[in-house]
Ligand binder design. Structure first.
Ligand code: SF4
Length: 320
């Protein structure tokens, strides 16, 4: 996904992926052998349910997600156990996604299973509204800490104003607000959890460099310094919501406060790296040239099927 990421140089952690270092490997799944990207991750839908209703939600475009029926809990745990065992030789990084994972009672057992089997979590995607909810006397954030979810906790937020954000994400202001985010940021800073704000570029929201810089500064003042801005996949919502990220890339290129320091070529992305005051800014642009027969991610959908996440070819379907 085309992205602009601001990270303070003083707060940079070890990256969980390096776009420059990659290879293509073979893997047999069932009775077929596939090629896969060495840095391919497992994307795990803990649930497809969400308490927000973003009109730009990718799940509405994901045919597999739309038509998949969520498994009963006991089947979900068995299937997850099976897949993790199947990948235990290479242990890909795992991205926790949904729906909103924090509203599912499966989240805590899932995090424990992932840790117990020796896998690591690369990214945790959430709208942040239920991170402070209590489960058996502890906030969900505490379970994340205990199960090593320490990096790349991406909280979706589309506007600095609670009212505007609620409108854009179709979520209640009581569930998602800046007071709550401030408490989350304080907890995260105290416990060394890296949280980041993830914002989609939208016609009615953040849409140019000026908006981006104001948004970044607002959340920096709230205690969250890493902020990402993503381009929507330009499909059905193109006319009313879509903002072409190239226009922002051009603004950055022309702005003298941004100093280009490096261009990195990966398999899927070209990344331009800029110095901007105390920040390092990375502009990720997808290459259109990648070999689509190479599996880039393994997706475990809510119906328990393992998929290639690209053209929805089912790689494995476990019979229980
Ligand atoms: S918060 Fe995420 S999963 Fe929920 S509706 Fe919005 S984009 Fe979709």
């Amino acid at each position: 996904m085309n992205t602009i990421k601001f990270t303070k140089r003083s707060e940079m952690r070890k990256e969980t992926s390096n776009v420059e270092v990659f290879s293509v490997k073979d893997r047999t799944i069932g009775d077929k052998t596939y090629k896969y990207f060495s840095d391919a991750q497992i994307s795990l839908y803990v649930t497809k349910k969400c308490n927000a209703g973003c009109p730009f939600c990718m799940n509405k475009l994901e045919k597999r997600c739309v038509r998949s029926t969520e498994l009963e809990d006991d089947k979900y745990y068995k299937i997850l156990d099976y897949y993790l065992e199947s990948f235990s030789d290479i242990k890909p990084w795992i991205t926790i996604t949904g729906g909103e994972p924090t509203i599912s009672k499966r989240l805590v057992p899932t995090l424990k299973m992932i840790k117990d089997k020796g896998f690591k979590i690369r990214t945790f995607s959430t709208n942040g509204s239920h991170l402070l909810d209590m489960v058996d006397g502890k906030p969900i954030l505490q379970y994340m800490l205990e199960n090593n979810v320490l990096n790349n906790v991406n909280i979706s937020r589309m506007a600095t104003s609670d009212i505007e954000n609620a409108k854009l994400m179709n979520i209640s202001e009581t569930e998602s607000n800046n007071d709550k985010l401030k408490r989350i940021a304080t907890y995260a800073a105290t416990n060394d959890i890296e949280i980041r704000i993830s914002c989609n570029l939208l016609q009615d929201g953040v849409k140019n460099l000026d908006d981006i810089l104001k948004f970044k500064e607002f959340y920096n003042n709230l205690g969250i310094s890493t902020v990402m801005f993503r381009e929507l996949i330009p499909l059905p919502y193109e006319d009313k919501m879509y903002v072409n990220i190239d226009t922002v890339f051009e603004e950055i290129e022309k702005n003298e406060d941004f100093e280009l320091v490096r261009v990195i070529e990966g398999l899927y992305y070209t990344v331009k790296v800029y110095n901007y005051g105390e920040y390092l800014v990375k502009c990720y642009k997808e290459k259109g040239t990648a070999d689509k027969s190479v599996i880039r991610e393994f997706v475990i959908y809510p119906d328990g099927k393992l998929d290639n996440g690209f053209d929805n070819e089912t790689l494995m379907e476990v019979q229980l």
